[in-house]
Design a protein around this ligand. Structure first.
Ligand code: NAD
Length: 351
């Protein structure tokens, strides 16, 4: 039995990890912690497995019964809470992105190694059957020479929580690239077979909500954190880039908001023997360059959060590190950092 503390009782706790942990017979949720006590109390009412509500996460870290903590706070708080937890001898599941910079991410990885603890990152999409199948097909040579990957993560006017933590760089580390792009770029590096980056070029734009008060939107998920009167919006709402890796080149466009009423979320893998479009994040189609036929593999789409939480707990029980272990995610964080540097400096970053 693993005794857990959940730190941060917002959307991802409610929409993903509390339901998952509630389904796991080998997990006890001793604490739910949030700076805003009412949020933690509301979760305790909704998820009866939660035993105690706290507002100071150190209480959980000082409790010898707690084996592991789930860090589900805004990005800027990932580093401090994770480092405190590791130093207190706890294993950590930390939501994506690792934190707001590559340098701090490396410190977190070093601390996990030093303390001999498991530190997994929330790369839930790595648990899709489609992703695993594509990774296997790439390794088996089904695409032939896989020369390029293109991806789009573009949506119509849906900046999250305008003026709040999501759009304040000091709290989020960036905008659509760090929030959505991380999922797509991490998947690409993973599917290509743990590709290593060689160069990164990027341009970032913040055009759609320059005047926050007059910004028009269809949806604003995270709306409860929005503060268009007094808040900040200093992050990218559109991003475009080009990356060379030791496997394939990658190009991408991402938009939290655009003046096109489209929601285009996909990754295209282009090989000389075959190509595939992975629709984010579910099924994919594969076009065979020899037969000119297109396959549509069908399978159930799993609950990826339940899969990643189960995999984390299994790691704690076996001591075996898995695909979400921080060392396996650092390359994606290095890429994000390089892309933002390239956008700031208006030059290509080389490794
Ligand atoms: N994997 C995914 O698909 C996915 C999806 C959404 C969000 N996320 C990530 O999850 C994290 C949280 O996002 P969210 O949408 O749930 O945000 P949220 O704002 O809804 O919730 C965060 C909560 O953390 C609390 N908090 C902040 N600092 C704290 C502290 N020191 N101690 C205790 N509680 C604290 C806040 O009060 C808030 O209730 C972000 O890093 C985000 O990138 C991942």
């Amino acid at each position: 039995m693993i005794t857990a503390a959940v730190i941060g009782c917002g959307r991802i706790a409610d929409g993903a990890h509390l339901p998952a942990l509630s389904k796991m017979d080998n997990v006890r949720i001793k604490y739910a912690c949030d700076l805003i006590e009412e949020k933690a109390i509301a979760k305790k009412e909704k998820y009866p497995k939660i035993e105690n509500v706290i507002t100071d996460y150190h209480i959980a870290l000082n409790d010898p019964e707690v084996d592991a903590v789930w860090v589900l706070t805004p990005n800027y708080a990932h580093y401090t809470i994770t480092m405190d937890a590791l130093r207190a001898g706890k294993h950590v599941f930390c939501e994506k992105p690792i934190t707001v910079s590559y340098a701090l991410s490396v410190e977190m990885a070093d601390e996990a190694a030093k303390q001999g603890k498991i530190l997994n990152i929330g790369v839930c999409n790595r648990y899709h059957k489609s992703v695993e199948t594509l990774r296997e097909w790439v390794a088996a040579g089904k695409f032939g020479k896989l020369y390029h990957v293109y991806c789009s993560f573009r949506s119509f006017r849906s900046i999250p929580g305008l003026g709040g933590a999501f759009t304040t760089k000091s709290q989020s580390g960036g905008g659509v690239l760090i929030d959505w792009g991380i999922h797509f770029l991490d998947l690409i590096l993973y599917i290509l077979g743990d590709a290593k980056i060689e160069t990164a070029t990027c341009d970032a734009y913040s055009e759609m909500a320059k005047d926050m008060k007059s910004y028009k939107y269809r949806g604003m998920w995270a709306e409860d954190t929005s503060d268009v009167e007094h808040g900040t919006n200093d992050v990218d709402d559109f991003i475009t880039g080009y990356v060379r890796t030791d496997k394939s080149s990658i190009s991408f466009n991402g938009a939290w908001a655009q003046n096109l009423d489209k929601n285009e979320m996909f990754i295209d893998f282009l090989g000389d023997k075959g190509g595939a479009r992975l629709t984010y994040c579910g099924l994919f189609e594969f076009c065979n360059g020899e037969t000119l036929e297109t396959e549509h593999p069908q399978y159930d789409i799993p609950d990826m959060y339940l899969c990643e939480d189960r995999a984390f707990v299994e790691s704690l029980e076996t001591g075996v590190k898995n695909r979400s272990y921080i060392d396996n995610i650092l390359e994606s964080m290095k890429l994000l950092d390089a892309l933002y540097q390239s956008a700031d400096r208006k030059e290509e970053i080389r490794f």
